[in-house]
Design a protein around this ligand. Structure first.
Ligand SMILES: Nc1ncnc2c1ncn2[C@@H]1O[C@H](COP(=O)(O)OP(=O)(O)OP(=O)(O)O)[C@@H](O)[C@H]1O
Length: 228
């Protein structure tokens, strides 16, 4: 189906196979993320959220199963093809901003666009528009260290969306913020996701935030199931 932006089929993943430390994290995980849909991923700590997100974003490979992004299967393809799909179609947000410290907020959003072949002028326009939409355009010329935690995450959202990906994968995007800031920053992220028509899979321990998404999935025992 064309309106499935991210499809995960039968993913399995075991770390340290055949050793005493062997741990089977995924055991046939399936997911269909439709265009424009925001889905919460909830799970007990250590259940494998980060593993699932890394596989979904083509940063890691499963032992078995398929990852399809915008209709294109990625397994069995070479590293270069997987990297090209990831660069074009996937945006990542983590718990910590991971912005480049020696560059300004604006430059942090321009750089990935230049790496993707966008002209400097167009990259600058897109970066300023994004910063404006998350309310931090006045801080565009500041380096990350001069920004608050909430501002840093807002800039990280802009960077993740700079190249207009189809899918946003987020791992505890507001997990490092106090509850009030987390609430506001999460609202800014959701507004961006909605405006851009993105499909989003967002891992969070915060059930109030999870309830604001279209549906919630629980990762437990290595599989994904609908959660209440
Ligand atoms: N490279 C690795 N080698 C061995 N074990 C690993 C590796 N990466 C993760 N694990 C183990 O796999 C399990 C799942 O890890 P993962 O980081 O995916 O969980 P998580 O749900 O994101 O956890 P948390 O919510 O605490 O961040 C954990 O028990 C972890 O220790």
């Amino acid at each position: 189906m064309n309106d499935v932006t991210l499809r995960l089929s039968g993913l399995s993943k075991t770390y340290l196979p055949g050793t005493p430390g062997e741990i089977q994290v995924l055991r046939g995980a399936d997911l269909e993320l439709r265009a424009g849909e925001a889905v919460a991923l909830v799970a007990p700590s250590g259940a494998g959220k980060s593993t699932l997100l890394h596989i979904a974003g083509l940063l890691d490979t499963p032992d078995t199963g398929e990852v399809e992004i915008a209709g294109q299967g990625a397994m069995g393809k070479g590293d270069r093809t997987r990297t090209a799909i990831r660069r074009r179609d996937v945006g990542f947000v983590y718990q910590f901003h991971h912005l480049l410290p020696e560059f300004t907020a604006l430059e942090n959003i321009i750089l990935p666009q230049l790496a993707n072949g966008t002209s400097e002028k167009a990259a600058q326009v897109r970066a300023m528009q994004l910063l404006d939409r998350v309310g931090v355009s006045a801080r565009a010329e500041h380096r990350p260290a001069a920004l608050s935690g909430g501002e840093q995450q807002r800039v990280a959202f802009c960077r993740a969306l700079a190249n207009k990906p189809r899918v946003l994968l987020a791992d505890e995007p507001t997990g490092n913020l106090d509850p009030e800031t987390s609430d506001q920053v999460f609202a800014a992220l959701m507004a961006l996701v909605r405006d851009e028509g993105l499909s989003a899979l967002i891992a969070t321990h915060n059930l109030d935030l999870a309830a604001r998404m279209d549906r919630m999935l629980r990762l437990e025992g290595g599989v994904l199931r609908p959660a209440e």
